[in-house]
Design a protein around this ligand. Structure first.
Ligand SMILES: [Fe+2]
Length: 378
């Protein structure tokens, strides 16, 4: 059994004010490259980074589901500027892009040359990750997911040297996040915890992290979504749940929910959290015969009082569905994808690197069934 969590975590409300000390004293960095998006610049958060540290170049062109062409463009810049630290500021997209750009800083070629596990020759530059959402947990994981725009496929680029050197996690950064993003990212965190706890690659250690994350997320997800600005406890606990869920799935894996969500995200540019939220209950229904005991355990962590395992597992799935509805997640049908396109989605889901980790063997036909079931849901 192995458990790898090398990222230095600085967590807590207000820790953002420690940025300068972390950059200069702990990471000893003097030339910085900031990777972020326009939304973070417009919200004023990027400006707060610039007010604390100097000698910093800003790249704010990262889009939702970051594209290989954008990452390659930033890679060209970073090779010229030669920083000694890359800062990823934002949700999963800027943080994943920062990891990929840090890799290109020390390796030749384009990001698509590094698809897969440990394809790089030199370790990437150190990355400081600063999350502004409570979902992706990219700040503590070794993976960068980049969309190949022509293939319409989400590539996973990962390796043991791709963990951020440090993560500055300040739940107060969530206060300006739009409610739709709180909903979709917090359901992404829930998906990480559920999948980490049920995939084949789970271990006793990842179980500890996944269980704690599940307890925190179920306890606080609704409160955090109701009033992220006013409820300090809820936003702190949701952020903590998200980070811990990341440490769990990074050391076990994700499963079929992420496989289908990444297929849909790559093909139709659907936000990652929204795609996960849509498919989570339907993949759970599919996995039920294999892991009903695990789902029953999760149900009890969610506060469902039912002694019969099968009934508890079913109740959990209903709870996940009603949670998605109450957080205004659109239905699969509302995405406007035609049934004739399901085969391509199913095929891409099956090709995902994490498909073999799913607790129940899932082939193309199984993904088609999951897609049909989700499509029928109103
Ligand atoms: Fe995810």
């Amino acid at each position: 059994m192995r458990f790898h969590a090398p990222t230095k975590i600085v967590f807590g409300s207000g820790v953002f004010s420690q940025l300068k000390g972390i950059v200069e004293d702990e990471l000893r960095a003097s030339c910085l490259f900031l990777v972020t998006d326009r939304g973070i610049v417009d919200s004023g958060i990027a400006g707060k980074v610039l007010s604390q540290v100097g000698n910093i170049q800003v790249f704010d062109e990262i889009e939702q589901n970051p594209k290989h062409t954008t990452v390659n463009k930033a890679g060209g810049l970073v090779r010229k500027i030669k920083p000694n630290l890359v800062i990823g500021l934002g949700g999963g997209s800027p943080m994943d892009a920062a990891k990929a750009i840090a890799l290109l800083a020390t390796n030749p070629g384009n990001i698509e040359d590094y698809e897969g596990k440990e394809k790089y020759k030199s370790p990437p530059l150190p990355v400081l990750a600063i999350p502004t959402t409570c979902g992706t947990a990219s700040e503590v994981t070794w993976v960068s997911v980049i969309t190949h725009a022509e293939r319409k496929f989400k590539m996973s680029i990962k390796g043991p040297h791709m963990f951020p050197a440090a993560a500055l996690i300040d739940p107060d950064l969530l206060v300006s996040l739009p409610s739709g993003l709180i909903a979709s990212t917090s359901l992404d965190a829930l998906t990480h915890a559920v999948e980490a706890y049920t995939v084949k690659a789970r271990t006793s250690i990842t179980d500890i992290f996944a269980r704690e994350a599940l307890q925190l997320i179920f306890r606080y997800i609704e409160d955090a979504n109701k009033d992220i600005k006013g409820n300090k406890e809820a936003r702190e606990k949701m952020m903590l749940g998200s980070t811990i869920a990341g440490m769990a799935f990074c050391n076990s894996d994700v499963g079929a929910v992420h496989c289908v969500a990444e297929a849909v995200g790559g093909l139709y540019d659907v936000p990652h959290g929204v795609a996960n939220s849509i498919f989570l209950p339907f993949v759970m229904e599919f996995n039920l015969p294999e892991v009903s005991d695990r789902y029953a355990e999760i149900a009890r962590l969610a506060g469902i009082e039912e002694d019969d395992d099968k009934k508890a597992a079913r109740e959990l799935i209903e709870r996940v569905k009603s949670l998605s509805r109450s957080l205004n997640i659109p239905s699969f049908k509302e995405l406007g994808i035609k049934e004739g396109e399901f085969f391509e989605i199913a095929q891409k889901s099956f090709e995902n690197n994490s498909n073999p980790s799913n607790p129940r063997v899932a082939n193309v036909e199984d993904y088609l069934i999951i897609l049909e079931r989700a499509f029928q849901e109103i």
